[in-house]
Design a protein around this ligand. Structure first.
Ligand code: ADP
Length: 483
């Protein structure tokens, strides 16, 4: 790998402040051409238990440091990530496939979460509560939860780790990260920089290996007090069940199926620009990607014409390392086959392809940016998460019809709508059963905002002041006999 700092490319795990290798390994490949990039250890139960023990032993020291000292270490980590932005982005593009420009944005977003929580570390305020009984005083203290586990997916290999570990570390928790086996090198590079930033041994750990084996240690251990997971709803449900024995606290950021509504009074050009950006970011592989386009009858033809034209003219598919391309490969062949199945199902039930529709032959998992018209609720593509560059378009007549179509999903992560009517902006926002609503914007992620979903999209919020609460216990102290 061509890096300014080759030491950022680590093929070992990071446990208790030491780099660990193993004879059994997992090979990691580049989704743009199938080339082998390297391998990471296939660690199992023993090493994961060792990481849990180390994190437990590090907890008293880390949690008792002053918030200012923890904040300083996080700030050093943030600075090192910013300094090494290009190398980190390059590693990500190689293993994940996204265009380099998107990888750079992700590293900046990861850094922004760390900076935000480095600042929040110093503002974990408690409370005093006016007493209701004579001679007593009520004080509320906030304390770190303890050892935390973070299981993260491949679509945002760095930002997901930052979004989970920064608030945990800021609160005084110690963490064990299990990154996706498809994108472990981004996690290892973050661990290398965490080591240089000066986190004490055991405070930040990364383990790779068989997901179920590592997962069962993390969910089963009573010493792990909290699990934060981002990934599929199926795995999230399983982890929640596995955490029930130890009654662990959990945060789950799961699937999404974001509706994108365009009302008759919308700025159509703005809606088209955002539709392309939201649908095709990361080749459609984000949980907040616009997944269902719901367009008012009276602007349907105009929207579709402009949208299809923008997709055909603005999107260029190819390896993310080459700057001409803004559409990288999908993560693997399963992802290609899933969208092929959704397209086949839609066409058999009456949908029509306006552009795209096929995989691109040759090396890598490339798929044409696709727009499907005449899409109906009976089609799989309106029921299942897509996670690929396919935009299904449907139409509606009344506002209540649009809201009903938008809410007709088991998911409730992000929703978007376009309208210039302020009353409608409030009304529709209140009616949408989603954790995040974008009005005239489809770019919601920010370290300052609470990210998370309702229904089968998960539990808890990440980012913002609310993101700290996920890693804090509330302890109430009652002082009696105050005369
Ligand atoms: P995606 O569809 O994004 O790949 P997954 O839910 O399959 O989502 O994976 C997200 C993360 O969960 C990855 O780190 C993966 O290794 C991990 N994972 C998958 N299955 C399990 C499991 N049974 N136990 C623990 N972790 C798992």
């Amino acid at each position: 790998m061509k890096l300014c700092d080759p030491a950022l490319f680590r093929q070992e795990c990071y446990i208790n402040g030491r780099w660990i290798s193993s004879r059994k390994t997992i090979v990691v490949t580049d989704p743009s051409d199938g080339a082998v990039l390297g391998s990471v250890p296939a660690l199992g139960r023993d090493e994961t238990e060792q990481a849990v023990r180390g994190a437990g032993e590090a907890f008293p020291l880390w949690s008792r440091l002053t918030a200012k000292k923890r904040s300083l270490v996080l700030k050093r980590w943030h600075a090192l990530i910013c300094e090494n932005e290009n190398d980190l982005a390059y590693i990500m593009t190689c293993e994940q496939g996204k265009p380099l420009s998107e990888a750079v944005s992700e590293i900046q977003s990861a850094a922004a979460y760390i900076e935000w929580f480095a600042e929040e570390a110093k503002r974990v305020y408690g409370d005093t509560i006016p007493m209701s009984q004579e001679g007593k005083r009520i004080i509320v203290l906030k304390e770190p939860v303890g050892v935390c586990a973070a299981i993260t997916p491949w679509n945002f290999p760095s930002a997901m780790i930052a979004r989970k570990t920064a608030p945990a570390l800021a609160a005084g928790c110690t963490v064990i990260v299990k990154p996706s086996e498809l994108t472990p090198f981004s996690a290892m590079a973050l661990a290398e920089l965490a080591d240089r930033a000066g986190f004490p041994p055991g405070v930040f750990n990364v383990v790779t290996g068989p997901a179920e084996e590592i997962g069962s240690v993390l969910t089963g251990s009573v010493d792990v007090r909290k699990l934060s997971f981002s990934g599929s709803t199926a795995v999230g449900r399983l982890l929640m069940r596995d955490c029930s024995d130890s009654l662990k606290r959990i945060s789950l950021e799961l699937g999404g199926h974001a509706p994108f509504i365009v009302f008759e009074d919308a700025d159509i050009d703005a809606a088209v620009a955002d539709a392309v950006a939201s649908k095709f970011r990361n080749s459609g592989q984000t949980c907040v990607c616009a997944n269902r386009f719901i367009i008012h009858d009276s602007v349907y033809t105009e929207f579709v014409e402009k949208f299809v034209q923008a997709v055909e003219q603005q999107l260029s598919v190819g390896p993310g390392r080459i700057s001409d391309h803004n559409q990288g490969p999908l993560i693997d062949m399963d992802a290609v086959e899933k969208i092929e199945d959704q397209i086949r199902d839609a066409l058999s039930k009456g949908a029509r392809i306006a552009t795209g529709g096929s995989r691109i032959p040759g090396k890598g998992y490339f798929f044409e940016p696709t727009v499907l018209l005449n899409v109906l609720p009976t089609m799989k593509i309106l029921r299942e998460e897509t996670f690929g560059p396919v935009a299904p378009v449907s139409s509606f007549t009344t506002e209540s019809e649009a809201v009903a179509m938008a809410n007709d999903s088991e998911y409730g992560l992000a929703a978007y709508f376009y309208s210039r009517d302020v009353a409608r902006a409030w009304r529709v926002t209140e009616l949408l059963e989603y954790g995040m609503v974008g009005v005239n914007t489809a770019r919601l992620s920010s370290e300052a905002a609470p990210f998370g979903g309702m229904k089968k999209s998960g539990l808890g919020r990440e980012g913002s002041k609310y993101g700290m609460d996920e890693y804090l216990e509330i302890k109430y102290m009652c002082i009696g006999r105050v005369s």
